[in-house]
Design a protein around this ligand. Structure first.
Ligand code: HEM
Length: 506
């Protein structure tokens, strides 16, 4: 009996102990759930389409370019800002000028940072030894970002003043003309958008004569864009293996491509030598080396400034130039009007110079229309807020990734009536500038992160489009077909053109 009672007591004691443990665990779990859900309801996030487990909104992207789908959804639902989930990754997309202005100007001090975690951001902002921040493009807000931007921006005005126009007209353009002289149909992407743009960037970065390295830079850049494209896809579509793959790519990128590019930049520098204060031989590398000597930046930062000029400048400016040439060949009346204006103002057979653009209002309007329709970057490089904030009446948690649909803003009928039609006249007599303070016409971004390459980019677009339009009559090349192609920047098949020299040009 005693045994039975004591076993019963044991049983009771052990049962209560088990119950106590279970109840304890349940209370802890319940508190976690309550804490989590209270954390969730704390934020009133922007609206979005229903999300499926694991894949989020990925099915909503079927059947079109991502920025086109986003624009369609924003228009249908009338959402100035919306949530979108790539698998587990939340992204907010802004689609009106008003909210863009709030984000980039009114709250520009808050939304001025970048996501730290993506492959691209890791690979492009860290020194190969992983110890310091290097560039501007993907670098979060901080001293490294500030100093890099400052040097890049200052460099461009110096370039235009000291080397730009003269050397491009005397050396770079004749090189292009002689290369295409014997060709019946030219590949505008290779000849103009890549090779000529990189030659100009090389002259900007390392000075006159450096254009000879274009053959080496272009394939390295192409490899880099390929790595970036693949990795973006992996990160968005396979989030579970994304981080490991990113790490792998990071190693390949850092050990392979970056090492080769940095080695090339060092070798160009050593061949060129340092020529301070020699206006004719001016190059960005002089400013960069001076900053390094003064201790403002380290050597990795110096190399990364060069890298970002080629990475940030090649396919953006090249894509815009190729797009505008395509607009001209498909809208011959615009091309003819540009040519007439140039003949009248610059003179038949007299080389157009970028300073002439001030006297060519129709040409300027056509360039603006071209950049409206053919920007190479359809959405703003993603920003993050570095503290909890609000936007458009919604809560934005710290570090949430947020972008602006620039492609959509450029096709907003409220800002641009008949947005899909090519009408340079819409810009005539209007003071539409590229800083876009009303955030309706945004090509280079707005506010603190605005593209530091804007001056150089507009210089290249004006000089290359203006010189080709003045000199040649364009037709579509025989082997060019409208067809989609993969790629971060160039989504269409490379443009092929048949160029016939106009009367009066050698
Ligand atoms: C037509 C040509 C170009 C277009 C349309 C363009 C557009 C843009 C845009 C939209 C941004 C993002 C702004 C933001 O995040 O708020 C940007 C950033 C940037 N661009 Fe450009 N860009 C062009 C050419 C260039 C060139 C030629 C260079 C270098 C020489 C360059 C270097 C950069 C850099 C370093 C950033 C990052 C700035 C930062 O995060 O602070 N870009 N660009």
């Amino acid at each position: 009996m005693t045994t039975i009672v004591s076993s019963a007591q044991d049983l009771w004691t052990s049962w209560t102990l088990t119950t106590q443990i279970c109840v304890g665990v349940a209370v802890v779990l319940f508190s976690i759930v309550v804490m989590k859900s209270s954390r969730k309801i704390k934020y009133k996030l922007p609206p979005g389409l229903p999300q499926l487990p694991v894949i989020g909104n990925m099915l909503d992207m079927r059947g079109g370019e991502m920025h086109e789908k986003w624009w369609q959804i924003a228009q249908e639902k009338k959402w100035p800002i919306m949530s979108f989930k790539f698998s587990s990754k939340l992204m907010l997309i802004v689609s009106t000028p008003e909210v863009t202005k709030e984000m980039l100007i009114t709250k520009g001090n808050v939304f001025n940072s970048r996501d730290k975690d993506t492959f691209l951001n890791l690979a492009l902002r860290k020194s190969p030894d992983g110890k310091s921040e290097t560039g501007a493009l993907f670098t979060p807000h901080g001293p490294a970002w500030k100093v890099t931007r400052k040097i890049m921006v200052a460099g461009q005005n110096e370039f235009k003043k000291n080397v730009g126009d003269q050397y491009i007209v005397d050396t770079i353009l004749p090189q292009l003309y002689s290369e295409i002289a014997g060709e019946t149909s030219i590949d505008a992407r290779i000849r103009v958008a890549k090779m000529t743009v990189i030659r100009i960037l090389l002259v900007f970065v390392f000075g006159p004569g450096a254009e000879q390295y274009a053959d080496q830079i272009v394939p390295l850049n192409d490899d880099l864009f390929h790595v970036v494209d693949t990795n973006n896809a992996i990160e968005f579509f396979l989030p579970l293996v994304g981080r490991q793959m990113s790490w792998l790519y990071y190693k390949i990128y850092q050990r392979g491509l970056v090492a080769r590019k940095y080695k090339l930049y060092d070798s160009i520098l050593s061949q060129r030598g340092i020529k301070y204060n020699q206006a004719k031989q001016w190059s960005l590398s002089d400013m960069v080396q001076l900053a390094e000597k003064n201790g403002e930046i380290n050597h990795y930062q110096a190399l990364q400034i060069f890298e970002e000029c080629f990475f940030g400048g090649q396919d953006t400016a090249g894509g815009a130039i190729e797009g505008i040439l395509k607009m001209l060949v498909e809208n011959q009346e615009v091309l003819v009007k540009i040519q007439k204006e140039m003949d009248d103002v610059v003179g038949v057979g007299k080389q157009f110079r970028h300073t002439d653009a001030d006297r060519l209002p129709y040409f300027q309007a056509a360039i603006k229309e071209g950049l409206r329709l053919h920007r190479a970057i359809p959405v703003l490089t993603p920003h993050v807020a570095h503290e909890d904030t609000t936007l458009g009446g919604y809560d934005i948690p710290k570090d949430t990734i947020i972008t602006v649909n620039l492609w959509g803003l450029a096709r907003d009928p409220a800002s641009f009536p008949d947005p899909f039609e090519v009408k340079p006249e819409r810009f005539l007599g209007k003071d539409t500038n590229f800083s876009g303070n009303d955030c309706k016409y945004v090509v280079f971004g707005v506010g603190q992160r605005i593209c530091p390459g804007q001056t150089l980019a507009l210089f290249m677009v004006n000089v290359l489009v203006g010189s080709l339009a003045q000199r040649y009559h364009f037709e579509l090349g025989n082997d060019w077909k409208h067809k989609r192609d993969a790629g971060t920047f160039f989504k269409e098949l490379a443009l092929h053109l048949k160029l016939t020299k106009r009367h009066g040009f050698q």
